[in-house]
Every structure is written in C-alpha cells, then in structure tokens.
Ligand binder design. Structure first.
Ligand code: ZN
Length: 472
C-alpha cells in the first residue's frame, strides 16, 4: 500500500492516551468512563454495527478506551453519536483503534491489547501486546499478568476456533505500514509449509472459469458496501471504477501496457498467465468511497492509505482512488499492481517488507517518468545517511509485527532496491526466486550477493554518501 501523507501526519498529532486500566476494572464496566481524547483532524470511518448490521458512515472525532464519538454523515448539524468498540467487528475495531494511537506509545498499545481481550479477540490482543513489549521490555510482566487474569476469569471465547475466525485463510494485505500495512493473520496457514507450494498453472478453460469466479467475488465485495459497478475487462484485468466510462477505458489501456512492461522488468515469460483468472482493480472517484469500500468490502481501515493491495487466497485485488494528478494516480496504480504481481509470482511467500515496498516504489518510478518521487526519495536518503541513519533499521521493520513504517522507511527501501538492481540485477532476480521458494531472505542474500544484511546496509550507506547527483 501507499501511505496517504496528510492523514498519516494527522494521526501523529493525536494526544497520547494513558489509561493504566486493569483488566478487572475494564471487564467490570461499572467503573468511571475514561476521558475522551479528541481526534483532530477527525478520521473518516465506515462500519457495520455487529448486532444489527446498520451501516454507519461518518467522522470519528474523539475516542476513549471503551468507545468513540462520531459525526454521522447523515446526522443533523452538530449531532454526535457514541459507539462502543465492542459494537464493531474485532478486526475493524483493532484496525481503527491502532490508527488513532501514537505508534511508539507502549501504554497505548497495551490498552489496545486489553480492549481486544474485552472483545474476546485473543489473536488481535496478542498482536497489540507484542508491539507494546517490543516498545518497552518492562511491559512483559504486565502483559503476562493481564493475560493470566483474563484467562482465569474468562469462560468463553478463548478457543482456537474463535481466533481462526478473525483471519481469512491465506489472506495478505499490503497497505504499507503500522498505518499503511496490516499484520498478517497470526493463525493463517500462510505461515505453514503449504505456502511455499508454487501457484498452480491453469488450463485455458480453467482460466475462463477462474475469471467468472473472480467476477462473482468482486461483485459480492462491492455489494457489501452498496456499490454495483460493471467491470471493464481487459486481457489481464477487471477494472471496477465509478469514474466515467471513457476515463475508465483509458486507464484499462494503461494497465495492459503496464502489465507488459512489468513482465519484462521482472524478467517473466510473457505467455504465462500470472493471475488466477484476472487481477481486480477497484478505482473510486472519491477518497471517502474508497475508505468506505475498504471498510465494508475488505474489512480494512484505509483511512491512512492512498491505495491497498489484498491477496485473498488465489485472488488479487487492488483498490485505490483518483489522485489529484495523473502522475500520482499512475504511480499508485503501478505501486499496488507490483504488489499484486509479487503476490502471484511463483508462490504466495512474501518478500521482506522493505524489499516488497522498495520494489513497488522503484518500479513505479521507472515506469512513470513524470513522477517526482525517485528524486525526492534520493534527497531524503542522502539526508538520512548524512545524519548517521542505518538502513539495517529499516530492513528489520516488518508489517507483520507492526514496526513498518516510519518517515524513512519508503525512501530508504526504494533507494536500497535501486542500489541492488543497479549493481546486481541478475542476483536480485535469483534472490527473489530463492525467497519465493522458501529461503530466509538474509540467507539468500549471502548466497546471491555474498553479503550479510549488515554489510549490505554499510555498502548502501557508503554508496549513497558518495553519489553526487541523482540519476535514474
Ligand atoms: Zn506498498
């Protein structure tokens, strides 16, 4: 995914939440309601209330550990509605809540873990607690005691089956960051051996059937957010867009051209069908409709995203909205589609986050000549290196544990991939193949590039320091 710059900055301005609430009092519900913290600027949300399915759209303006205040889109001027977090699907509550809290605030992550326990969503609680412990090692005991207390006092909802329900099988979502990307499902079979199996190759007849199957799913996803859109179908893509028809047609031509260029850039044979049926691309004219669709169709909080990729089993879905300029729009399109490519390339194994994002940004910069991003990332990294920044830190960040991303993550990853491709393009290709076949990325790095991750970071720093001016 690509981050949506304005909102991301806004999320950091939210006042830290310090509750220090124990599980016992939290589960008691009779205690004093913790104070609301203003969310300014407000964050756009869409969700269905779990107990009656009512669709809610509006702006979230304040939050507490128990719930939040919302200005409904269809409300009277000044009307405020109040919802408890437990009225949302656990996943929606988790994704929304984590966007509202400061990323490095261990206490806030701990509170989110407690909230998830209250929602009987142990898998999400574990993720939040893992982030809290990483930020502050002193949290370890507190987390242990909290979980022990919860397990002792909890008679239901702790079985594994319930946790499994939270995550769809084999699902992966790329939405660049703690804001931008999602941790993958903890209990997904994606972490097992099965994931290394190569994607099956389908016959022509099977591909036709697969396309019908993908169309039916896309229509279902749209319907769950009250959209009904007829696709524009190309050789490899299904475009669902509420832009006007001629504009959609124009972009459908662009994505096919881009497909060919990407296949060449990644050195793949042109005659192989990469996608299961076709790759679905959702394009919304309005950002608010994009967020709404992501919330209801994908159960994903996209309020900080410029675009998102979802891999659901064998299906690939890209979704984003029309940006201000064509260059921005095309860059986001390429970036997300590279994620779709890499998901469907060889096997479902994912690249390390930095390589996945770096490759997406690099490819977008190569294909969209009008984009100013490669140059601005280059300057950013010059500065990063001059101030003693270490690329190893970025390489250790991951969407899987919530550490991805900070301000340096995208620029450094982009320039790092550029560095690797410039000097060893063949090794880069083999390295990706190794990872896709199940090798650990750092082991494969030593095999193909003859360097450890530390050495790569050092060499990259020295290269960036010495490079006098930006060249593509
Ligand atoms: Zn991305």
């Amino acid at each position: 995914m690509r981050m949506y710059r304005y909102l991301r900055a806004a999320a950091l301005l939210v006042t830290p939440l310090v509750l220090g609430m124990s599980v016992t009092t939290a589960r008691g519900h009779g205690d004093t309601e913790p104070a609301f913290v203003a969310v300014d600027p407000a964050v756009r949300v869409s969700f269905r209330v779990t107990w009656d399915g009512t669709l809610i759209r509006g702006r979230l303006v304040a939050r507490s550990a128990h719930g939040f205040q919302l200005r409904p889109d269809d409300g009277e001027p000044g009307e405020l509605a109040w919802y408890e977090w437990s009225e949302l699907e656990a996943r929606t509550a988790y994704e929304t809540y984590r966007r509202l809290i400061p990323r490095k605030d261990a206490d806030a992550w701990f509170d989110l873990g407690v909230l998830m326990l209250e929602c009987d969503a142990r898998g999400y609680a574990d993720r939040a607690f893992a982030v809290a412990k990483r930020l502050d090692a002193a949290m370890t005991d507190r987390v242990y005691q909290t979980i022990a207390a919860w397990e002792a006092g909890d008679s239901e909802g702790t079985d594994d089956a319930e946790v499994e329900d939270e995550a769809e099988e084999g699902e992966t979502t790329d939405a660049d960051a703690a804001d931008d990307d999602a941790p993958p499902p903890l209990h997904s079979p994606a972490s097992g051996v099965r994931v290394r199996d190569p994607w099956p190759v389908l016959s022509a007849e099977e591909q036709v059937a697969a396309t019908e199957e993908v169309k039916a799913s896309a229509a279902r996803l749209l319907k769950s957010a009250d959209f009904e859109i007829e696709p524009v179908e190309t050789k490899h893509f299904l475009l669902y867009s509420d832009l006007n028809r001629s504009e959609t047609k124009r972009w459908s031509g662009e994505v096919e051209r881009m497909y060919v260029r990407l296949v060449r850039a990644l050195d793949m044979p042109l005659d192989v069908d990469l996608f299961h049926g076709k790759c679905v691309i959702f394009i919304f004219a309005d950002r608010s409709d994009f967020i709404h669709f992501e919330a209801l169709g994908m159960n994903w909080d996209a309020s900080g995203a410029a675009g998102v990729f979802h891999g659901k089993g064998s299906h690939a879905y890209v979704s984003f909205f029309k940006s201000d300029t064509d260059a921005q729009f095309a860059s986001t399109l390429v970036h997300e589609t590279v994620h779709a490519f890499m998901y469907r390339y060889r096997s479902p194994v994912s690249l390390p986050t930095w390589a996945n994002e770096g490759l997406a940004d690099f490819t977008a910069g190569e294909l969209i000549r009008a984009s100013g991003e490669p140059r601005s990332h280059w300057y950013h990294v010059k500065n990063f290196v001059n101030q003693g920044g270490d690329a190893l830190k970025i390489m250790s960040q991951s969407v899987h544990d919530g550490t991805w991303y900070d301000d340096d993550s995208y620029p450094v990853s982009h320039m790092l991939v550029r560095f690797m491709l410039r000097f060893k393009p063949k090794a880069f290709k083999m390295w990706i193949d190794d990872i896709k076949d199940g090798e650990a990325w750092d082991d494969a790095l030593e095999l193909r590039f003859n360097v450890t991750a530390e050495e790569l970071a050092e060499q990259f720093g020295a290269f960036m320091e010495g490079e006098r001016e930006f060249v593509r």
